[in-house]
Design a protein around this ligand. Structure first.
Ligand SMILES: Cc1cc2nc3c(=O)[nH]c(=O)nc-3n(C[C@H](O)[C@H](O)[C@H](O)COP(=O)(O)OP(=O)(O)OC[C@H]3O[C@@H](n4cnc5c(N)ncnc54)[C@H](O)[C@@H]3O)c2cc1C
Length: 554
């Protein structure tokens, strides 16, 4: 049924010897927190690094992160407590050793950021005079933030400045990586569109830090770049992917018709905001004793249910009881956004709705970020390290990017400095010309995102998932047999490759969601509403050309 997806190795035919070629010791694909931190670590370990980003280096999920970075930096907090919160949120699917590693190394990674002049918000009274916020699922106020709700921007800028100060790191922006290149079972670099030129980049070690997949859904907090390119290219290259059914939906994104779904950070609820329905009723305690501070999946589902009960399109955040100036100082970006839509936070309710937010599943990695494909590492949102299990605890992903970026960058550099590998410069890949009709790329992309939102979103059922699989299989037959060349224009070629990647990732997400006949963490099946530890305390893993995931009990 999915041969068009499972048989496809490269998106483009090529003959390496006819294309321009570049060489590097460590190739980093992605310039968010995970890629930037990997590049710094690799450079510090003595390697030459090339870092690629598909848009400008500032355009990443990282840049838009608001709430902050979770870290144990206060005497009354403890690693044990943060570990417990993370494991509780992950509902039985976390890898405890990964959780301990990330949380134990977190403080060191944050202190490094202070040395690199990251401006965290300050408050006197603790060893580093840092201000800490509280977010859903955390039992201690341990979230560091910058400029209120602009943590991602400050973090990205700090890391970009640090990267730019290292002579051994080159950055190539507006460079679209099309595929990972493999030879004799190992990754040896990537094929990318640099400007208007398809180029081969040979690398001794490659780190995939290509971020998330929010654009698979019509409603998403993620920027346009988040089209799951890395997930799809790693799958095509033969790396194992895992837990793809686990997509986290953020409960509170601004719901104003026609505007983008700007995220309203969890920290707003941490500061005391209430969730109320269209009738002004504060409903969260009806669903969970933690109320507004329950984990994200519970809050998202409660909102969907309350919307259904009240027969309305959205619910509201009520911040009217919070001191207005204090709110503006703590959440300047949100306050500005509300101003732009003439929402007076002292008098008006803020309309919100859930949206797709974070890809928990990804390329399966070990404790150094190594994938099942020799030569390839994966870090950050593109990876599945076992930190998040079936659900991600708020503010743990920037932390994961920092810790795994450091680990993978160091490991990759240590190998690359000491070992040469053979680059198969004679490599050639042919693809038969398609005999099938063309489909409109923009149309399929937007229909795909709508169908994913309706059928593979916050609430799922076997029937709808089965129907979606058929729809994806149909589109794939027409889209996956095409080759998009630069001759049709850069933007059109990139849009075509992105759609091919999105179809691949949608196939993995939908099929895994169809297979897991229980509800756990971010994955909720209306037809199987309870958690089933007897059968499903398992990961679902894939490796091309499998059509169905393998169930791997823990
Ligand atoms: C609105 C919002 C708020 C958030 N708030 C928080 C928060 O407060 N705390 C927290 O911990 N997490 C938060 N998150 C999640 C967190 O920001 C992300 O999970 C994290 O930043 C991912 O980092 P990354 O480096 O893996 O990927 P990204 O930051 O998304 O970077 C991906 C990079 O890969 C590049 N790339 C992708 N595809 C290709 C390609 N084909 N070719 C070349 N380059 C490519 C992109 O250009 C980009 O540079 C938030 C996310 C969003 C969207």
């Amino acid at each position: 049924m999915f041969q068009a997806l499972t048989q496809r190795r490269y998106l483009l035919p090529f003959k390496a010897s006819r294309l321009p070629q570049q060489f590097t010791e460590v190739l980093v694909i992605g310039g968010g927190v995970a890629g930037l931190r990997s590049a710094i670590a690799a450079a510090e370990a003595g390697a030459e690094v090339l870092l690629l980003t598909k848009d400008t280096v500032a355009e990443s999920n990282t840049w838009y992160a608001q709430g902050g970075i979770a870290a144990v930096l206060q005497p009354l907090d403890s690693v044990e407590s943060h570990v417990k919160d993370t494991l509780d949120c992950g509902v039985g699917l976390c890898d405890e050793s990964t959780v301990r590693t990330v949380i134990s190394e977190g403080p060191q990674r944050v202190l490094e950021l202070l040395q690199w002049n990251m401006r965290f918000d300050k408050k006197a009274g603790n060893p580093y005079d840092l201000a800490f916020g509280l977010e859903g699922g955390h039992s201690f106020a341990r979230i560091l933030h910058s400029f209120g709700d602009a943590t991602g921007k400050e973090l990205a800028q700090t890391l970009i400045n640090t990267v730019r100060s290292r002579e051994s790191i080159r950055i190539s922006e507006k460079t679209f990586v099309i595929d990972l290149i493999t030879d004799e079972g190992q990754c040896v670099g990537a094929i990318a569109l640099i400007g208007e030129q398809v180029t081969i980049i040979w690398a001794r070690r490659t780190i995939l830090a290509s971020g998330g997949a929010g654009q698979l859904y019509r409603e998403s907090t993620n920027p346009r770049i988040a089209t799951a390119d890395g997930h799809a290219m790693a799958y095509r290259a033969g790396a194992r992917v895992k837990d793809m059914e686990m997509v986290q939906f953020h409960p509170t994104t601004l719901y104003v018709a026609g505007s983008t779904r700007a995220l309203v950070t969890e920290a707003v609820r941490g500061e005391g905001a209430h969730l109320v329905d269209h009738n002004g009723y504060r409903f969260m305690k009806d669903y969970n004793p933690m109320g507004e501070l329950a984990p994200r999946d519970i809050v998202s589902r409660a909102i969907v249910e309350q919307i259904r009960k009240t027969n309305f399109t959205h619910v509201y955040l009520d911040v009217r009881h919070l001191p207005k100036q204090k709110f503006r100082d703590r959440f300047p970006q949100l306050a500005l956004l509300c101003d732009q839509f003439e929402i007076d936070i002292a008098k008006d309710l803020i309309p919100i709705h859930p949206s797709a937010h974070y890809m928990i599943g990804g390329v399966d990695v070990d404790d150094r970020g190594q994938t099942s494909l020799t030569g390839l590492y994966a870090v950050g949102e593109a990876s599945c390290s076992g930190l998040h299990g079936a659900n991600r605890l708020a503010s743990n992903s920037l932390l994961e990017g920092l810790t795994f970026g450091t680990r993978a960058g160091t490991d990759a550099a240590n190998f690359a400095r000491e070992n040469k590998i053979r680059f198969p410069q004679e490599l050639e890949h042919k693809i038969d010309r398609s005999a099938k009709t063309e489909l409109d790329i923009t149309d399929v992309k937007s229909s795909l995102r709508s169908v994913m939102w309706r059928n593979v979103g916050i609430e799922r059922t076997g029937d709808r998932l089965a129907e979606t699989r058929k729809i994806i299989a149909f589109w794939s037959r027409y889209v996956m047999d095409k080759t998009f060349h630069i001759t049709i224009g850069r933007d059109s070629a990139v849009a075509g490759w992105e759609l091919q990647n999105m179809l691949t990732a949608c196939f993995l997400v939908t099929s895994a969601a169809y297979t897991r006949t229980e509800s756990r963490g971010a994955h909720y099946r209306l037809d199987h509403p309870t958690r089933d530890d007897e059968h499903w305390r398992s990961h679902l893993t894939w490796q091309r050309p499998q059509e169905a995931p393998i169930v791997e009990p823990l």
